[in-house]
Design a protein around this ligand. Structure first.
Ligand SMILES: Nc1ncnc2c1ncn2[C@@H]1O[C@H](COP(=O)(O)OP(=O)(O)O)[C@@H](O)[C@H]1O
Ligand SMILES: [Mg+2]
Length: 260
């Protein structure tokens, strides 16, 4: 059984890519066959997974444009991290898809493109763009689970309701098998009264059980590993603490998937 997870938030820089990559890193160590779908025109996860994307590279954008079942197959490649992590890369032309409102059934195009392609994988992680626009609707139409990423900061918590509204809308309009998996809290500072306050506000908003633990701490190793295009598990002792957090989050994600 394949579980497809949309990792999302409308804000940039909160850690969507970090969480998608951290889970992929834990999946690699656990031997869980995983496909990372880069759905952000910035291509951060494609890059961090070791890919070179140029104008000739087949990308998720081509797969969406094709509008046919299984169109993503030609664009999937093995990641630079090695097996069992594969990637459906993104290129800059993906932004054009977000304004492509004339297209027929524009929100289900990624779902169509992935038909059959995702079968060999236990886990498909869709790294969404910082938007609640058409590309993110495509992710939610294709997903079984939505996983929110937030920072323990007022600006981030205030945006959460817009994301949950979008997920509710997607559930009723696009995909009635979509569930909210929960919220991963990223970039938690060592000790901060302000962060604690914001975490309280988040738990009041969504319920305590929706907020996953452990939280991902703020650590330079996260940034370093991404810059070195390495998985956090391959980043040695400096990444060990964060790697352990992602092992636990992956275990929780797999339990959530198995309960469905
Ligand atoms: N827990 C963390 N600790 C330290 N740096 C982080 C952490 N999470 C994210 N970052 C850094 O913040 C930047 C933005 O994170 P990213 O995952 O790319 O966000 P998004 O995908 O939501 O735009 C990146 O440079 C990343 O390395
Ligand atoms: Mg990103």
């Amino acid at each position: 059984m394949t579980t497809t997870v949309a990792v999302l938030n409308q804000k940039g820089g909160v850690g969507k890519t970090t969480v998608a990559l951290g889970l992929a890193s834990a999946a690699q160590v656990a031997g869980v066959r995983t496909l990372v779908v880069d759905l952000d025109a910035q291509g951060s996860s494609s890059w961090a997974l070791g890919l070179e994307v140029d104008d000739d590279t087949l990308t998720v954008s081509d797969a969406i444009a094709a509008n046919r079942d299984g169109a993503a197959l030609d664009a999937v490649v093995e990641s630079g991290w090695g097996p069992p992590i594969d990637v459906l890369p993104a290129g800059r032309d993906l932004v054009e898809r977000d304004t492509d409102i004339r297209a027929v059934d524009p929100a289900h195009r990624l779902r169509r493109a992935l038909v059959g392609v995702t079968d060999p994988y236990e886990l498909v992680l869709i790294d969404c763009a910082p938007s609640l626009g058409l590309t993110t609707h495509n992710a939610l139409a294709a997903a079984d689970l939505a996983l929110l990423v937030v920072e323990p900061a007022a600006f981030s918590i205030r945006g959460v309701e817009a994301v949950t509204d979008t997920i509710d809308q997607a559930w009723s309009d696009l995909n009635d098998s979509l569930d909210i998996a929960g919220v991963v809290v990223n970039r938690v500072p060592p000790s901060s009264a302000e962060a604690d306050l914001q975490l309280e506000a988040l738990a009041r908003l969504l319920g305590r059980r929706a907020v996953w633990t452990p939280h991902v701490p703020q650590r330079v190793a996260v940034n370093e590993a991404m810059g070195a295009r390495e998985s956090i598990h391959a980043h040695g002792w400096r990444g060990a603490e964060v790697a352990d957090v992602f092992d636990q989050l992956l275990a929780k994600l797999r339990r959530t998937a198995n309960r469905r």
